[in-house]
Write a protein that binds this ligand. Sequence first.
Ligand SMILES: [Zn+2]
Length: 235
Amino acid sequence: MFGLRLLYRFENGINVYFTNKDEGDARSLVSKGIAEAELTDKLGRQIRLVTAHQVHSEIVNIVDSRWAMAPDADLPDGDALVTRDDKLGLGILVADCAPVALVSDEGVFAAVHAGWQGVYKGILPQTVKVMRSLGATEISAYVAPSIKSECYEFRGEELQQMSQILGPSVVGQTSWATVSLDLLESIKQSLKTEAVTRIDASQDCTACGGDYFSYRARQSPERHLMVIVGGGGRR
Ligand SMILES: [Zn+2]
């Protein structure tokens, strides 16, 4: 067992798990089936872990158990997974980009890879719309550890694009006093466009937090894994 930690529990009992750098590169934990075995053990029932072929897009895929059986190479591109199948775990691999978990009271849930490009292209509102098409009404969000404003120096031109779409509050400042992108604020503003306002977030910064891989700060090739599992869990 490698230690998928329970990171957050939604009010309806749906759990979010996360790895940190102690677990090494989570990609191999996924490909070797280790993460799936641990989820199954934690939940006390067979869980199939589904991941996305992430490409910084606004593409959302609705998944079911047939997806879970498909070889990785056959996964279509996309940066959000949506389901209402409580036998599935939805996984997102990241280092700095924000993994976002979304749940609705109707049991529809989603995992989103939200880097600035995906947020700019509208991956979050797109995911919410797909959740609603499956019956979701009120939706709550949780944002797992990601790079925070004080560490995320950003190019002026791209920052302007983000600020035009999501408002001036997404512009921040690094701890070394250059302009930065507040990715968490960008996510909040983007979700607000689809009336999602119940948003919780980890305050941990992957760049300076110590427990994490960071692509921006240390060019880490490794990734963390966030998993959201439907139907609640034991621990
Ligand atoms: Zn930081």
